[in-house]
Design a protein around this ligand. Structure first.
Ligand code: 3PG
Length: 221
C-alpha cells in the first residue's frame, strides 16, 4: 500500500516503536497523589519496567509526570488519556516523552501532527486501524482489548493488517498477558495491574517492584 507520510510522523513512529519494545508491559497509572509518583516510578524501573503511562484522569497527573521526568533516571514517562490538543501541549510541557489516547478524533490527529510528542493512538475496529494507517500510524493501542474481542479479535487482524503492531490495553493482567504477547502483531501490552490504588496509597513500593518484576519476566514471543 502506498502511503503519503511526512518525515515528522515517521520519526515519531520510530520513537513509539522503541518505547513499545522496552518491556513486555507498559503500566497504565491512575495517580491521586503526585508525591507517590517518584517512588512508584523508581519501583517500576527497578523491577525492569521503564516506560510508564500516567493517565490524565486525576488533578495530580501533570505534577506526577513533571516529577518523574525530572527525577527518575531510566524512566520513559508517557501521558495517557490524551483527548485534546490542550492535553498534548500540557503533557509535552510537563516532560512526557510519549502520548497515548483511547481513540482518536480528527482534531486530536491534527494536533498530534503539529506536536513533537509521539502519539500511540487507540483503535478498536479494523476500520479505525485502517484510518490511522492512512495517516501514517503503524503502532496502535488496541483498546479496550478484552471487551472489544480480546486476543482472538486482534489475532484475526494480523493477516489483513500486517503493517500494524499493537499495544493491547484494557482488561489485561498477568494471567492473560501472554495470550496477547504470543500474537505476531503485538509488541507489548498495557495495564493498570502493576500500580493498584491500595499499593499507591499505602506506599508499598516493594510490592509494586515485585509486580513490575513479574511483568518484566513476560516475554514477547
Ligand atoms: C486504560 O486506561 O488504558 C485501560 O483502561 C487500562 O485498563 P485496565 O485497568 O483494565 O488495565
Amino acid at each position: 500500500m502506498e502511503l503519503t507520510v511526512s518525515n515528522a510522523i515517521e520519526t515519531k513512529q520510530a520513537q513509539v516503536e522503541t518505547t513499545m519494545r522496552l518491556a513486555a508491559v507498559i503500566p497504565v497509572v491512575i495517580i491521586d497523589d503526585a508525591k507517590a509518583a517518584v517512588p512508584m516510578a523508581r519501583a517500576l524501573v527497578a523491577g525492569g519496567i521503564p516506560a510508564i503511562e500516567v493517565t490524565l484522569r486525576t488533578p495530580a497527573a501533570l505534577d506526577a509526570i513533571r516529577a518523574i521526568a525530572a527525577e527518575v533516571e531510566g524512566a520513559v514517562i508517557g501521558v495517557g488519556t490524551v483527548l485534546s490538543e490542550k492535553d498534548l501541549k500540557a503533557a509535552e510541557q510537563a516532560g512526557a516523552r510519549f502520548a497515548v489516547s483511547p481513540g482518536v478524533s480528527p482534531r486530536l490527529l491534527d494536533a498530534a501532527d503539529d506536536s513533537a510528542l509521539p502519539l500511540l493512538p487507540g483503535a478498536a475496529t479494523a476500520s479505525e486501524a485502517m484510518s490511522l494507517l492512512e495517516r501514517g500510524y503503524r503502532f496502535l493501542k488496541f483498546f479496550p482489548a478484552v471487551p472489544a474481542g480480546g486476543a482472538k479479535l486482534l489475532g484475526a487482524w494480523a493477516s489483513p493488517l500486517p503493517q500494524i503492531r499493537f499495544c493491547p490495553t484494557g482488561g489485561i493482567s498477568l494471567s492473560n498477558a501472554q495470550d496477547f504477547l504470543t500474537l505476531p502483531n503485538v509488541l507489548c501490552v498495557g495495564g493498570s495491574w502493576l500500580t493498584p490504588a491500595d499499593k499507591l496509597k499505602s506506599g508499598d513500593w516493594a510490592g509494586i517492584e515485585l509486580l513490575a518484576r513479574e511483568a518484566a519476566a513476560l516475554r514477547k514471543v
